[in-house]
Design a protein around this ligand. Structure first.
Ligand code: UTP
Length: 456
């Protein structure tokens, strides 16, 4: 409901008392007028209702197998989908959505994760790698494909500076559209908002799902629609192998009139820590491993297959009409709450407390879709995440996975690859971002690769 501007707003203190936030009333009283006004303005914007009602996983009683296009089915129908998708790319109906607003806590660097120099020979960053995939696609098509890049308040300024210093890595200013996501306050176990310092709430970016609201609020979704963009290929900045030039994905979305396509992988093992694609009550859902019991994730059906078989590598295609439909209906993605050790300002000092952080998840869009499908992909071709500084899902594992994929592409064009242990191949996306681009561009001059190298 619109507020009548003639009616004065109730005092913030009244609002805070109603919400059980008396500690903030006391804190406001200790602040200088300017700091008090700033904090009051922020507190007025908080959606207390959504904060106090975090999302709950769907009831798993009406479980059915999700509709997933398997690798076997792709063999038969993939060529037709790819033709359709290629047509959509050629007509300028596809844009790329790259989310990069996360805090990168596990990687443990000061700068945004996208600035991490990942590639083994060139030292290219994750940002450059993802940007060059879009440049390469645009060159192939002969027109600029928009790249929508979501940052958060902490990563926005350094991300803009990073791209500006590199002249957008070849993306035109019109093509690269950086927009910033919102934040959500953290709370203690009783739901009281925590502070980061005097006059400042402890907040975090509102999750990858924040891209839905931010796309709408920044005006980017309307702009895409006006430009005739029908499909958004969604990737995350930390997946080195995330494809953006994917006619089969887009073509499947077009052919099936789907609102969402979710790429899936058979889980590497029953306990793999991934989101699981499930169908409940006729709608697709992704349920995080944290929301399933260890018995559930290991359960097998009569065919011996895991019931929760499909893991999500966080790769999607969304129809922009779908996003616009939800935006018009005022849809908001729910918050998920998780218990975390947090650095909060308590009793005049910053110290570690156990609190609750809330985030929106992109995959909560799935249950809203009337038509939603899974698409099986090969892990070794599309998924090389950088989450941790060392060990599993680290820069080291990601570049090894990328090198192994480039080696297979090179072998497919007739190159003999015999690398010594530890040696890595790096292939610039500007030379080839897909196997089929490599086939078209490869001039056959190199016949053998026996040491680590950069091909560009
Ligand atoms: P993760 O959930 O893996 O989080 O994000 P992260 O921030 O990269 O790392 P940790 O958990 O703090 O260690 C997966 C993708 O979603 C983006 C990230 O930038 C990454 O591309 N993301 C995450 C956002 O864009 N915004 C968020 O609020 C959270």
């Amino acid at each position: 409901m619109e507020r009548d501007p003639r009616c004065p707003l109730p005092p913030v203190s009244q609002l805070l008392r109603q919400q059980g936030q008396e500690h903030l009333v006391e804190h406001l009283a200790t602040l200088e007028p300017a700091a008090r006004t700033r904090l009051e303005a922020r507190l007025r914007c908080i959606d207390w209702e959504e904060l106090s009602r975090p999302a709950t996983p769907p009831s798993l009683e009406q479980l059915e197998p999700p509709r997933v296009i398997t690798l076997a089915e792709r063999l038969g129908r993939g060529a037709a989908w790819s033709r359709l998708g290629e047509e959509a790319y050629r007509r300028g109906q596809v844009a790329v959505l790259l989310v990069a607003g996360g805090q990168g806590t596990r990687l443990g660097r000061r700068e945004p994760k996208g600035c991490f120099p990942i590639m083994p020979h060139s030292g290219k960053s994750l940002y450059q790698l993802q940007a060059e995939k879009v440049v390469s696609l645009s060159r192939r098509l002969g027109h600029p494909v928009p790249l929508l890049l979501m940052t958060s308040p902490a990563t926005d300024e350094p991300t803009r500076a990073f791209f500006a210093a590199a002249r957008g890595f070849g993306l035109t200013p019109d093509q690269l559209r950086i927009f910033c996501q919102g934040t959500v306050p953290s709370t203690d176990a009783a739901g009281r908002l925590l502070l980061a310092g005097p006059g400042e709430l402890l907040e975090n970016p509102d999750g990858h799902g924040g891209c839905f609201t931010a796309l709408v609020a920044s005006g980017n979704l309307s702009r895409l629609r006006q430009e005739g963009i029908r499909y958004l290929v969604y990737i995350q900045v930390d997946n080195v192998l995330a494809p953006v030039d994917d006619p089969l994905l887009v073509g499947l979305c077009a052919a099936e009139g789907a609102e969402v396509i979710t790429k899936v992988l058979p889980k590497a093992h029953p306990d793999e820590r991934v989101g699981h694609l499930l169908r409940v009550g006729g709608r697709d859902h992704i349920v995080e491993y944290t929301e399933l019991s260890s018995e559930d994730v290991r359960r097998r059906g009569p065919d011996g297959e895991l019931i929760y078989r499909w893991g999500s590598p966080a790769l999607h295609c969304f129809s922009t009409a779908f996003l616009a439909r939800l935006a018009e209906a005022g849809f908001r993605l729910p918050l998920h709450r998780s218990r975390k050790p947090l650095q909060a300002y308590v009793d005049g000092q910053v110290r570690q407390v156990v609190g609750y952080k809330s985030e929106r998840f992109i995959f909560d869009l799935l249950p809203q879709a009337q038509v939603s499908l899974g698409l099986e992909v090969r892990r070794e071709e599309e998924f090389a995440p950088v989450k941790n500084a060392v060990g599993d899902d680290s820069p080291d594992t990601a570049v090894r996975l990328a090198s192994a994929l480039y080696a297979r592409w090179l072998e497919a064009v007739g190159v003999r690859v015999a690398l010594p242990p530890g040696a890595l191949i790096e292939l610039s996306p500007l030379l080839a971002a897909t196997e089929s681009q490599l086939r078209q561009r490869w001039d056959g001059r190199v016949r053998e690769i026996t040491a680590g190298c950069l091909l560009e």
